[in-house]
Design a protein around this ligand. Structure first.
Ligand code: SF4
Ligand code: SF4
Length: 122
């Protein structure tokens, strides 16, 4: 079984949602996200440039959606990016993952087969 993340051949969520978060996550405020990659959307929140519009595409996304993508600020990405889970990565569907994929004609991720562990003793 491959351990490769399905996200590496997707990137749909980074090209579908407005990716917004508290400005305190920006580097100039003690956070990690480079300031020049965000736009202020209200007094307390910023959004990744490119996601506050339709069609959306985060300025930090590299590659082609549905083919091969990567986040160029992976280690510095915001909490909203870190917290977004692909479907089944936590054992359940993420309807937002499915919706983003559907917008690009990509099928929902399939539930991986269950793995059974036999008890060591009865
Ligand atoms: S839409 Fe789902 S599978 Fe695609 S990159 Fe986002 S979390 Fe990963
Ligand atoms: S910062 Fe990275 S993970 Fe977050 S939306 Fe942009 S490309 Fe995706």
């Amino acid at each position: 079984m491959s351990d490769a993340s399905p996200c590496l051949s997707c990137g749909a969520c980074c090209s579908y949602f407005r990716v917004s978060f508290f400005w305190g996550e920006c580097a100039s405020s003690g956070g990690t996200v480079p300031d020049d990659l965000v736009v202020q959307i209200n007094p307390s929140r910023v959004a990744m440039i490119g996601t506050d519009q339709k069609p959306a595409r985060c300025c930090s996304l590299e590659g082609e959606v549905g083919s091969g993508t990567r986040c160029s600020i992976y280690e510095q990405r915001s909490s909203v990016c870190r917290d977004f889970e692909s479907s089944w990565s936590q054992g359940e569907v993420n309807v937002d993952c499915d919706a983003a994929r559907a917008a690009f004609g990509l099928a929902p991720l399939e539930q991986p087969p269950y793995e059974f562990e036999l008890p060591i003793s009865a």
